[in-house]
Design a protein around this ligand. Structure first.
Ligand code: NAP
Length: 317
């Protein structure tokens, strides 16, 4: 908390005040291709801008193509050498996730970095196209399926180039506020017990568990790909659209704890690009430093159970 408020750097040399440009200063990503989901706004857009600034080839996955093309133009305005492409992706539809992955594979590009960034928060109860509670479907299941569909491409790229692949899941400190058993497997779609805050926390816990389980599986296979999770900090973005007034009041009272968007994208960019994290996998980062997540997030049995559960949901859909 002291470091968050003061911005004093942690062991990594960076802290809550560091920006995405600062943590990637001097890094040449010209031989890297990265996918960023939800890269049309907020933290995802800043991540896309800074990765492109470091010369990475960036693919923005977005459900709103108009917004994504505007985001692309914004990036190009200040950096006309930026390599940015836009592909349609609706994470709340497994069919759309599959089409996105197929379209990406058809581009015949390598894939070094996958940033599972898109998300929604605190929406009223609703079901996705596949009949799954919307926050779990968008934040976790869509990303789970997408990652699995792109994994062979990432493995191929890591093997043929010798460059470590990196997967970054955008989790949140909110992962600590979840249902009683962490993931409510038997009530995942239950309307009666739905709590918009806990459902968000559950989906962010799922992002962490997914990263940890995948990291373990890839390590066991001897694959040169790391998987980590991040909490970007508190940043006023469109994410707060379902809790606007409440959060604006909260922000007013707790302004010292909030970051701007360039600071909000720092941890993602640090984990995706920084050479000091070579070989570091299955970890959780806050303010560009490793952080201990909740007891549920460290539960390997829960992570395995979520993996099997997610596979079943995808197969059923
Ligand atoms: N901001 C914070 O304080 C904070 C704190 C902790 C964690 N996070 C995490 O950081 C990530 C980025 O959030 P943000 O603050 O940058 O919010 P944001 O500005 O609302 O960005 C979220 C992005 O996700 C996209 N998205 C939502 N549903 C989608 C779907 N079904 N398919 C494809 N894209 C979809 C949004 O697209 P549309 O514009 O079409 O909705 C938007 O581009 C999220 O995972 C969030 O949980 C944020």
């Amino acid at each position: 908390m002291y470091r968050l408020i003061t911005g004093i750097a942690g062991p990594s040399g960076f802290g809550s005040a560091s920006t995405a440009e600062q943590v990637t200063q001097g890094i040449d990503a010209s031989n890297l291709t990265a996918i960023i989901t939800g890269g049309a706004s907020g933290i995802g857009l800043e991540t896309a801008r800074v990765l492109a600034l470091r010369n990475a080839n960036v693919i923005i996955g977005a459900r709103n193509l108009e917004a994504a093309n505007e985001a692309k133009q914004l990036i190009l305005k200040d950096n006309n050498n930026a390599r940015v492409h836009v592909l349609k992706l609706d994470l709340a539809s497994l069919k759309s996730v599959k089409t996105f992955a197929d379209n990406f594979i058809d581009l015949n590009l390598p894939l070094n970095i996958l940033i599972n960034n898109a998300g929604i928060m605190f929406c009223p109860y609703q079901l996705s196209e596949d009949g799954i509670e919307m926050q779990f479907a968008t934040n976790h299941l869509g990303h789970f399926y997408l990652t699995n569909l792109l994994l062979d491409k990432m493995k191929e790229t890591a093997k043929s180039t010798g460059i470590e692949g990196r997967i970054v899941n955008l989790s949140s400190i909110a992962h600590i506020h979840t249902y009683e058993k962490g993931i409510a497997f038997d009530k995942i779609n239950e309307k009666r017990s739905y709590d918009d805050k806990k459902a968000y926390g559950q989906s962010k816990l799922a992002n962490l568990l997914h990263a940890n389980e995948l990291s373990q599986r890839l390590q066991a296979e001897g694959v040169n790909i790391t998987v980590n999770s991040v909490h970007p900090g508190l940043i006023m973005t469109n994410l707060f659209k379902y809790s606007g007034v409440l959060m604006k009041i909260l922000k007013f009272c707790t302004s010292i704890l909030w970051k701007n968007v360039p600071q909000g994208a720092a941890t993602t960019c640090y984990v995706a690009l920084h050479p000091s994290l070579k070989g570091v996998s299955g970890k959780y980062f806050v303010d560009c430093n490793e952080f201990k997540p909740s007891r549920f997030a460290r539960d390997k049995v829960l992570a395995k159970k979520l993996w099997d559960f997610s596979i079943k949901l995808v197969n059923a859909a």
